[in-house]
Write a protein that binds this ligand. Structure first.
Ligand code: NDP
Ligand code: MG
Ligand code: MG
Length: 340
């Protein structure tokens, strides 16, 4: 098994005398900036004027233009949406990087697919939390953390690994475990995971189950509870203790159904499709499509998104969740916070 590193394996001194610029203050940005500051590091935030800028200032940060933040810092963490990074990098980051600085990412996409080509005189590393930014923040506040991957693309100072690990410690990830990877592995597994399993796989599975039941004449409300609402309860059990723990909690009837019917839904043919998806990720075909889609102002993305939001499961879900206010509490809290 690969070696997982924890707090006792990390020396944070190497980062203590450096200023860190966090570029972007969204899901990941706010979590990294707040956690690093509370861990005793010197943080400035780089942003354009707007919602995030107001929020970062309210949180007590010095907010500078991206160009100025990069000029003032030795470590620059880019936490902009992946599809906007290249433009901001060319315009405001690259011209202000100094030899010996470190350039950091939370996802390897733009480096791995050559959208950003860093100068040869800076360190380039990756610290990728394996969880959404709001969890990176919440678990840190609770004294825990979200595990992270780290990887080194360029080591000019000879200290890139030490700096990356100190950074991972600063955001709380070393409390949960930090595992070494490469930009290639992080990028390809992240894209595959979200497409085939976590996001694409799960939403397609839920919709297919819901459609099968409603097309057979069952009530949409019942189908919603069965195929979407209950998913969380099952996922929590998986998260806490793996497949065995989940199967321990469900009835033996459910477990028998799991054994005999699961492999009829996700079978060799499904796995062959997964291999095609992985192939498209590895060859850059997926990346190329997504980059071009953005250059064309997302015609397909927007069309599919509008259609997906009209799916009957979304209609019935809205009505049912309104009757279960406790279910949407975290969402309400988040939306109120965003409005502030
Ligand atoms: P978000 O969309 O949540 O936040 C983006 C931030 O960038 C916002 O603060 C936004 O500010 C700012 N921004 C956008 N355009 C500009 C610009 N032109 N100049 C300056 N600031 C700008 O991004 P995420 O946190 O989701 O993603 C950041 C990185 O983290 C990505 O590389 C992603 O792959 C990675 N990642 C994300 C995870 C997640 O949980 N979301 C998980 C692991 C990695 P404004 O309010 O002005 O728009
Ligand atoms: Mg991702
Ligand atoms: Mg049941």
């Amino acid at each position: 098994m690969s070696k997982v590193l924890y707090e006792q394996d990390v020396n944070t001194e190497v980062l203590k005398d450096k200023r860190i610029a966090i570029v972007g203050y969204g899901s990941q940005g706010h979590a990294h900036a707040l956690n690093l500051r509370e861990s005793g590091f010197d943080v400035v935030v780089g942003l354009r004027p707007g919602k995030s800028q107001v929020k970062a200032e309210e949180d007590g940060f010095t907010v500078l233009s991206v160009a100025e933040a990069v000029k003032q810092a030795e470590v620059v963490m880019i936490l902009l949406p992946d599809e906007l990074q290249t433009a901001v990098y060319k315009e405001s980051i690259e011209p202000n990087l100094q030899a010996g600085n470190a350039l950091a990412f939370a996802h390897g996409f733009n480096i791995h697919f050559s959208q950003i080509v860093p100068p040869s005189n800076v360190d380039v590393f990756l610290v990728a939390p394996k969880g959404p930014g709001h969890l990176v923040r919440r678990t840190y506040e609770e004294g825990a953390g979200v595990p992270a991957l780290y990887g080194i693309y360029q080591d000019v100072s000879g200290k890139a690994k030490e700096i990356a690990l100190a950074y991972a410690q600063g955001i709380g990830a070393a409390r949960a475990g930090v595992l070494e990877t490469s930009f290639q592995e992080e990028t390809e597994t992240d894209l595959f995971g979200e497409q085939a399993v976590l996001c694409g796989g799960v939403t397609s599975l839920i919709k297919a189950g819901f459609e099968t039941l409603t097309e057979a004449g069952y009530q949409p409300e019942v189908a919603y509870f069965e195929c979407l609402h209950e998913m969380k309860l099952i996922v929590d059990l998986l998260y806490e203790g793996g497949l065995e723990n989940m199967r321990y909690s469900i009835s033996d009837t459910a477990q028998w159904g799991d054994f005999v019917s699961g492999p009829r839904v996700v079978n060799e043919e499904t796995k062959a499709r997964m291999k095609e998806i992985l192939h498209d990720v590895q060859t850059g075909a997926f990346a190329k499509g997504w980059i071009l889609e953005n250059q064309a102002n997302r015609p397909q993305f927007n069309a599919i998104n509008a259609k997906e939001n009209q799916h009957p499961i979304e209609q019935v879900g809205k009505e049912l969740r309104a009757l279960m206010p406790f279910v949407s509490e975290p969402l309400q809290a988040k939306q109120n916070k965003q409005k502030d």
